[in-house]
Design a protein around this ligand. Structure first.
Ligand SMILES: [Zn+2]
Ligand SMILES: [Zn+2]
Length: 304
């Protein structure tokens, strides 16, 4: 058993509940959505009816975990007070909606120190996360995402996320591991040996039990490129073998693997319309092989 749910990020435009039918169209087993336009500050008004319909459609769909990705503009390390306030408000809003729709949690790009260094912004970020969790009560998780290292992004090293989580001290604070970002940041997760070393580092810095969700993306850029460019599953520098070793690794069992990939080009969508069914099927096939080999490797049941 892997218990891995293969899902993807889908659009929620036109009504939050529409995400469920879009997820079903690509046979996703878990889903991630934006609850507001990711490049803007304006919060979308989600009506009680829309939220109720989401919950109903989700319950009827058989789809597992629901995650919200916070807007990209948020930066908990922002120097400008107004930007910091808007950032905090965006995460509070996402957690509040997440609680209402029954989401597992909110995935957050913690922010960027813009060259000032992690230590310079650490205390501010810790304070901001504590405020967010206090202002958005409930049990919805906040998962800080591992980052590729562009533009002084926080979370490029596991130690940074570990330091924040250790200081905030909340059971709601978790980690989202993005396979493309983590590889671009220099962790050799594409081989069994490299993955084992990386996950030991994760365990020492953060704690494996805090890994809550995975962004499953191949990478257009090589190891340690520090560049965040997602590729379709199997077509990038990670390759299918990387996902094979991850699906077989104990740290990743029972996690939702959410695709954020460009999609396979078609006549209708020359640049792809991902995550698409083809990418979902590629990862499901890899997951299913890991599941089969784990079953056949199991020792025979001991009779009492
Ligand atoms: Zn991601
Ligand atoms: Zn990315």
């Amino acid at each position: 058993m892997t218990g891995i749910q293969v899902g993807g990020h889908v659009s929620s435009s036109g009504g939050i509940w529409k995400a469920i039918e879009r997820a079903q169209a690509i046979e996703a087993e878990a889903v991630q959505i934006f609850i507001a336009a990711p490049q803007g500050w304006r919060a979308t008004n989600h009506t009680p009816e829309g939220i109720a319909r989401f919950r109903e459609d989700h319950a009827a769909s058989g789809i597992g975990e629901v995650w919200i990705h916070n807007i990209y503009l948020a930066n908990l390390a922002a120097v400008e007070a107004e930007q910091l306030e808007k950032s905090v408000a965006s995460v509070v809003n996402a957690l509040t909606i997440g609680q209402a729709i029954g989401a597992q949690g909110v995935v957050l790009h913690t922010g960027s120190h813009r060259g000032a260094g992690f230590e310079a912004v650490q205390a501010q970020v810790v304070g901001a996360i504590q405020r967010i969790l206090a202002e958005a009560p409930g049990d919805t998780f906040l998962a800080l995402e591992t980052m590729a290292g562009q533009g002084g992004s926080i979370g490029t090293r596991f130690e940074e996320l570990g330091a924040l989580i250790g200081a905030v001290k909340s059971p709601r604070l978790k980690v989202c591991l993005d396979t493309c970002h983590t590889f671009a940041a220099g962790y050799e997760i594409h081989t069994a040996e490299g993955l084992e070393i990386a996950m030991r580092e994760f365990d020492a810095a953060i704690g494996l039990e805090l890994l809550a969700v995975v962004h499953a993306n191949d990478s257009k850029m090589p190891l340690a490129s520090l560049r965040d460019r997602h590729e379709n599953i199997g077509d990038g520098y990670l390759g299918a073998a990387a996902f094979e070793v991850m699906c077989a690794h104990p740290a990743f069992q029972n996690k939702a693997f959410l695709l954020e990939v460009p999609g396979i080009p078609t006549d209708a969508f020359p640049k792809g319309d991902g995550p698409d069914l083809e990418n979902i099927n590629r990862l499901k096939a890899i997951r299913d092989v890991a599941e089969m080999s784990s079953k056949s490797a199991k020792p025979a049941k001991v009779r009492r």
